[in-house]
Design a protein around this ligand. Structure first.
Ligand code: M6R
Length: 359
């Protein structure tokens, strides 16, 4: 059952390295990416990707939008399914419609998928549950192979979704000839390193336990990041909200000065995602601005920045997506440890259900 872990969430955090390895089996072969579930013709006539999802799955979608554009050079936009449903969206057949869902049953995402099908769009679902409602509606299903996820707070579903979408971006990039073989090889090399980045280090788990003691007194939290670290900041904030019931917001760090920085004070805790391999100096200057206004700042990075009050050191790597997964584990442990200290039911937080089958 829980195999000695305190909560299913904890067990599932620790499982991520293995399930991500499983999700790559047969998909990364030698030096290429392959998806037996879909065919290269899927991209025929496609100029754009639209992604729809809810909650954590939406964050995986938002992360992948950077990768689809950067690697596959396909325009990509992402929408929250409950918004998409009622906005009378303009759908054109040159758009590939991708929905992402752990359960495959989320009412709003399922309805968005049905709308796209009705409009004649080609569709793909990235899903963890075979034979779920979405897999029966979508033209193609890509399974994330995370195994059953019991904790309401999604962990291993997110890491596997993100890896699948990264591989898909590379698969599309290859079909589109939009990537050099050198870059493709270095991306595949990085992908193979993801399971290692997801191994929970005792040192890091201990550090999040220690910090949780102080950070549970926060009056509010900002999680900040840029690029793919912005959706990761959203995910960090969502994890904290849903199991600790503390107010947290994820923000693109460059946007802080357009309003939110007015809230900065020592009781406002900022968790700064500071990847060494992507826009480090930009986020550093955003952190400087917050520090000058006395916010209490904890950075997650491979480099220590002296203006931060606390520092959780991740392994040094040579790819920003590896930093992404290293930081993901820290964020998950951080929210879980705060929730445990507050005496909450980590696996079954109040007011929430694992699968949201009503709108
Ligand atoms: O099953 P789905 O991925 O469609 O679920 C979507 C959201 O309800 C889900 O990710 C939710 O936000 C999680 N509890 C977040 O941890």
């Amino acid at each position: 059952q829980k195999d000695g872990f305190r909560f299913f969430m904890e067990k599932e955090i620790y499982e991520q390295s293995d399930v991500v390895s499983d999700c790559m089996i047969g998909r990364i072969q030698d030096n290429s990416i392959n998806f037996d579930e879909i065919s290269p013709e899927l991209l025929d006539g496609i100029n754009e990707i639209k992604i729809c999802a809810c909650g954590t799955s939406y964050h995986a979608g938002l992360t992948s939008s950077y990768l689809f554009e950067r690697l596959a050079k396909i325009k990509c936009n992402v929408e929250i399914a409950s918004e998409f449903r009622y906005k009378e969206p303009l759908l054109t057949k040159d758009t590939l419609f991708i929905v992402i869902s752990q359960s495959g049953e989320t009412a709003d995402t399922l309805e968005a998928l049905k709308m796209a099908k009705k409009a004649g769009l080609k569709s793909v679902v990235v899903c963890n549950v075979d034979n779920s409602s979405m897999t029966r509606v979508a033209d193609f299903t890509i399974l994330t192979r995370a195994g059953i996820e019991k904790g309401v707070a999604s962990t291993k579903a997110f890491s596997t979704q993100t890896v699948v979408l990264w591989m898909l971006a590379l698969y599309f990039a290859k079909i589109n000839s939009s990537i050099s073989s050198e870059l493709l090889q270095s991306e595949i090399k990085a992908l193979r390193e993801v399971p290692k980045s997801l191994i929970v280090e005792d040192r890091i788990h201990e550090k999040t336990k220690r910090l949780s003691k102080r950070y549970l007194h926060g009056h509010g939290f900002f999680f900040i990041g840029r690029d793919v670290f912005f959706p990761l900041a959203l995910e960090g904030a969502l994890k904290l909200k849903e199991i600790s019931y503390l107010h947290a917001e994820g923000y693109p760090s460059g946007e802080m000065k357009h309003g939110p920085i007015a809230l900065a004070d020592p009781e406002l805790f900022t968790i700064a995602l500071m990847p060494q391999n992507l826009l480090y100096d930009k986020i550093k200057s955003n952190v400087e601005e917050l520090s000058a206004r006395d916010s209490t700042i904890c950075s997650i990075s491979s480099l220590e920045f002296e203006l931060c009050d606390d520092f959780i050191k991740i392994q040094e790597t040579n790819h920003y997506m590896l930093e992404f997964f290293e930081m993901l584990v820290v964020l998950q442990l951080f929210s879980m440890e705060i929730s445990i200290r507050l005496g909450n039911d980590v696996d079954m937080p109040r007011n929430l259900a694992k699968s949201v089958t009503v709108e």
